[in-house]
Design a protein around this ligand. Structure first.
Ligand SMILES: Cc1cc2nc3c(=O)[nH]c(=O)nc-3n(C[C@H](O)[C@H](O)[C@H](O)COP(=O)(O)OP(=O)(O)OC[C@H]3O[C@@H](n4cnc5c(N)ncnc54)[C@H](O)[C@@H]3O)c2cc1C
Length: 379
């Protein structure tokens, strides 16, 4: 077994780390404080190809493998989890839908724009009354001649405040339950489509999260992705892959929290010595390191399985569960090492503590990951 990365993967890590330190780190606390979406960061990332990592060169992307993408997500998240959230939505939840389920015309229309960041995408599955139980969605799409009429609302939609194109799931046949869900492409200026209020969140405050509304919104039949009834499958396949990105994000947040804890413990003095001399601090740091290394192996393994074409659905659920829970634990312990200073906004660890929390909720809560994992064991 060979655990080494390819020269290309090493280069992705180096370039993403440099970019994150130079461009993302200085802005991260400001975006968080001002609750301002990371649009400027996304423009820069788009110009460098990071928004089209999963898009093939044929459509203007860089066609990177899943492991390179996970490495980039990890590095960007160490500096700014808000920015990496939007990068993850674009690559995992939008580009990958087009890659796998769009027809040639849809690919030609959207992928080149998504690859450069000219278009920012959003993925709209959750609703006010259905998140984990996504098949209980109430949004409908009714065929009327050569158009669908969409009615309903979606909630918690990342990037919604500034996105250009939305992947939207809606029920086309309520009697068929999850097999009656279809997926559609909706552009932002479509009549009948409106963006609702911006949510005021605990963490990842440099992202836009809004409700979106469809009031007799008409879209052409040509905007349907794949066949009628394929929408739920599209969403589930997409989330399987998306979980690798969120697991990598959680890993990056955990790594950043540990880095902050190591640094602070070597600066802060108590009882006449550096607090890093206390065994209780040393053991906290050792636990962080051991857990992060374990989670990294899980994240990389699930990405590697995707790259070699093996079934990775259970692996990505395990990686997301472990890394997501770990990010909160490590950030909590890192904050503890900072004492009172960890509790104030001037210290990065305070933001990491808040940003970590979302990785246990979106793209399937930790409880839903456990359902996926236990189903693979019990059938
Ligand atoms: C900041 C943010 C960004 C988001 N971005 C997007 C986005 O871009 N697109 C999108 O579509 N959605 C997005 N979401 C929605 C997110 O995916 C959902 O919040 C998540 O799936 C949980 O759904 P819910 O909030 O309805 O909770 P619920 O499904 O109501 O769950 C409530 C609690 O019950 C538990 N639970 C539910 N069912 C079970 C079960 N069967 N067994 C055990 N426990 C269970 C859950 O784990 C949770 O603890 C986002 C959410 C947030 C907060």
């Amino acid at each position: 077994m060979d655990f080494s990365l390819t020269p290309e993967q090493e280069l992705f890590r180096k370039s993403a780390r440099e970019f994150a330190q130079q461009e993302l780190e200085p802005m991260a606390a400001i975006l968080d404080k001002e609750h301002r979406p990371a649009i400027e960061n996304l423009k820069k990332l788009g110009a460098l190809g990071y928004l089209g990592m999963s898009i093939s060169e044929e459509y203007g992307g860089i066609g990177a493998d899943a492991l390179s993408y996970a490495i980039v997500m990890e590095e960007l998240s160490r500096a700014c989890a808000s920015t990496s959230t939007s990068v993850s939505v674009q690559n995992s939840l939008v580009n990958d839908v087009f890659n796998k389920f769009a027809n040639d015309e849809q690919k030609q229309t959207y992928l080149p724009k998504l690859a450069t960041g000219e278009f920012i995408g959003a993925f709209a599955l959750s609703e006010p009354e259905s998140g984990s139980d996504a098949s209980a969605m109430k949004t409908t799409a009714t065929l009327d001649g050569n158009e669908y009429i969409i009615k309903g609302s979606k909630m918690w939609i990342t990037n919604a405040g500034f996105a250009d194109v939305f992947i939207v799931t809606a029920t086309t046949d309520a009697a068929a339950k999850h097999k009656g869900v279809s997926a559609f492409i909706v552009e932002k200026d479509t009549p009948g489509f409106t963006i609702g209020k911006e949510e005021d969140k605990l963490g990842i405050r440099g992202t836009s999260t809004c409700e979106i509304h469809f009031d007799n919104c008409r879209i052409p039949v040509s905007n349907r992705l794949s066949d009628e009834g394929m929408g739920f499958k599209i969403a589930m396949v997409t989330l399987n892959g998306g979980r690798i990105g969120i697991a990598a994000q959680a890993l990056g947040i955990a790594q950043a929290a540990m880095d902050e804890a190591v640094k602070y413990s070597q600066e802060r003095e108590a009882f006449g010595q550096k607090i890093s001399n206390f065994q209780s601090i040393q053991f906290k740091l050792a636990d962080m390191k051991a857990q992060i290394e374990g989670a990294r192996l899980l994240v990389y393994k699930s990405a590697w399985k995707k790259d070699v074409g093996q079934d990775y659905s259970t692996d990505s659920a395990i990686a997301k569960l472990v890394a997501g829970e770990l990010a909160s634990q490590v950030a909590d312990q890192a904050l503890q090492i900072h004492g009172g200073y960890g509790y104030i906004r001037d210290y990065k660890v305070e933001r990491l503590y808040r940003d970590a929390r979302i990785t246990r909720i979106y793209e399937g809560t930790s409880e839903i990951q456990k359902l996926v994992i236990s189903r693979s064991m019990l059938g």
